[in-house]
Design a protein. Structure first.
Length: 551
């Protein structure tokens, strides 16, 4: 598929679908007490797979906020899914630890699973897109901060303590910092450790990110240098993203200054420990924006970055988790590809990659840790071009995983890449059949249908059957047409309208449109979800003709 399935499920960019749906339209006269009981039951089921030791609130989100107000406690919201690898990593490294569990008594902890009723509507309410997202709210419901994944438990606990003690919203901190206001050291720590990847351009609009992060990083106090460097990496990441539009926002002098700063920062163990995720995932964008292929500057930066990776996890620093060890190896692979684009990877590096995967996956016997480790390993093999190794790993993983359908999408991607379209479609079909939970089933069904459109476009009967079944996944929930579901529906609508260019295909599109009309009619009039539903498969309005200049 044009968009790799692998990266559709990357950290914080995961797209889930509708939460809460069934084959039958919901009754409109269910007693409120019954509805609350059903929501509590769903919440209990959703938290059943979480580590013990945390008293997750058993009820819907609104009831949880009411409980937080009544107890004058903050509320901690964890938005995730059972199949999500980074969610599994957080369960293994944060939620299972005493440091977090003790602090959880200070707030009302809420787990919002994407497959619970109204989850997608709540996701839209809070501006959530990617799994996992962790948000801390004041008792009155004001958002304080979004907590980062990928930090060690002690650092996570420290940031949580700061947020609980000061409770000054990050949105307010950004306004103060960019307008000359006064910020404390703890304010700057909250800014540095805010989960910007899960903010979705709410606090800082995309067009302003490069300039804003540059200003924040330069204003951050010198005594907080390791923490402030996180904002500096956000600045370079935003610049790299902006440069994809064709024009780099960095001048030659900016690049030279940043290269000098980067070399100094990469040599600092304390900076490295505060920026583990940036070192694991930022090499391609940061080195790419600061240097050109084949130049001495490129080689100097890749060597320094490689040395920083080598120091991660040594005795003087916090040990790396299993997935982090694999991702450090993946970063080395990317650095080698930056050094010598198009050149086959060194056999020694490939052997080291295989050994890292073997060591980590063998040691990862706990369910959450293994799920995250296998996902990281598959990403490493994919990046290194070791497709056969990835295939063997994933075939074994689906026999051991509690969410085997997750890895079947990777197997489909590998089969399609190798030109085995029938096998790819078979994996997508099997993944959809095995997916559990209404939101998850819609997401996996979307991938199956898109796979059919792209790989077997003339199989109209199968496309019609799958499309109708997929729409039925939505039909039982009044809260289906929100947030990620809506994003997927917009994409699917465009693909189906483009595909339906022949009379036979147009007939299928008409049937899908008719089924959608029936579903939309059961939604409340005036509801935003109904408007979203009615937009599905509606052809784009023709462009308005330019008015004549003459009168």
């Amino acid at each position: 598929m044009p968009t790799s399935l692998r990266f559709l499920f990357a950290y914080a960019a995961l797209f889930a679908a509708v939460a809460g749906c069934s084959r039958q339209a919901p009754s409109t006269d269910v007693p409120a007490t019954t509805a609350r009981t059903e929501l509590a039951t769903a919440a209990d089921a959703a938290t059943a797979h979480l580590p013990p030791g945390i008293d997750w609130y058993a009820g819907d989100v609104d009831a949880a906020f009411a409980a937080a107000r009544a107890a004058d406690k903050p509320l901690f919201l964890f938005w995730g899914a059972e199949w999500c690898p980074p969610c599994a990593q957080i369960k293994a490294t944060i939620f299972s630890r005493r440091e977090f569990q003790e602090r959880s008594r200070l707030f009302v902890p809420v787990y919002l699973d994407g497959d619970t009723p109204s989850a997608q509507k709540q996701g839209e309410r809070f501006g959530i897109v990617g799994y996992p997202t962790m948000i801390l709210f004041r008792p009155d419901g004001t958002e304080i901060t979004r907590l980062p994944g990928g930090v060690d438990v002690m650092r996570y606990a420290t940031i949580l303590d700061v947020a609980l003690a000061d409770a000054r919203p990050v949105a307010e901190l950004v306004r103060a910092a960019t307008s000359g206001g006064q910020l404390t050291s703890n304010d700057w720590r909250l800014l540095a450790y805010y989960s910007w990847p899960t903010d979705n351009d709410r606090i800082i609009p995309r067009a302003e990110k490069t300039a804003t992060f540059r200003r924040l990083s330069s204003s951050c106090p010198a005594e907080l240098r390791p923490d402030c460097t996180r904002l500096w990496f956000e600045y370079l990441g935003a610049a790299a993203e902006e440069a994809k539009g064709g024009t780099s926002p960095l001048s030659g002098l900016d690049r030279a200054d940043a290269r000098r700063d980067l070399l100094s920062l990469l040599a600092s163990p304390t900076v490295a420990q505060a920026n583990v995720q940036n070192l694991l995932y930022g090499a391609e964008s940061v080195v790419g924006i600061l240097s050109d292929p084949g130049t001495p500057e490129r080689r100097q930066l890749t060597d320094a970055w490689r040395a920083a990776l080598d120091r991660l996890g040594t005795e003087s620093l916090q040990p790396l988790t299993g997935p982090e060890q694999i991702n450090a190896m993946r970063a080395r692979v990317l650095l080698a590809q930056l050094d010598a684009p198009g050149v086959p990877l060194d056999a020694t590096l490939l052997a080291a990659a295989r050994k890292t995967v073997e060591d980590v996956t063998t040691a990862a016997t706990e369910t959450y840790a293994r799920h995250a480790a296998v996902n990281a390993a598959a990403n490493l093999y994919w990046t290194a071009g070791l497709d056969d190794d990835a295939n063997r790993l994933l075939v074994t993983a689906i026999e051991q995983s509690k969410s085997p359908y997750y890895f079947m999408l990777d197997l489909a991607e590998l089969a399609q890449k190798a030109g085995r379209k029938d096998e790819a479609v078979a994996w997508l079909e099997r993944a959809y059949a095995g997916a559990k939970g209404p939101a998850t089933r819609f997401q996996w069904g979307y991938n199956y249908l898109v796979g059919l459109l792209e790989m077997t476009p003339d199989d109209t009967a199968r496309i019609e059957r799958t499309g109708l079944e997929l729409l039925d996944e939505l039909g039982g929930s009044p809260d289906a047409f929100y947030q990620r579901t809506q994003m997927r529906l917009e994409q699917l609508s465009a693909k189906l309208l483009e595909w339906g260019s022949t009379p036979e295909r147009a007939t299928v599109v008409a049937k899908l449109r008719a089924r959608t009309t029936s579903i939309c009619g059961g939604l409340p009039a005036g509801d935003a979800g109904r408007a979203n539903c009615e937009a599905f498969l509606r052809p784009a309005a023709p462009a308005t003709a330019t008015a004549s200049a003459s009168t």
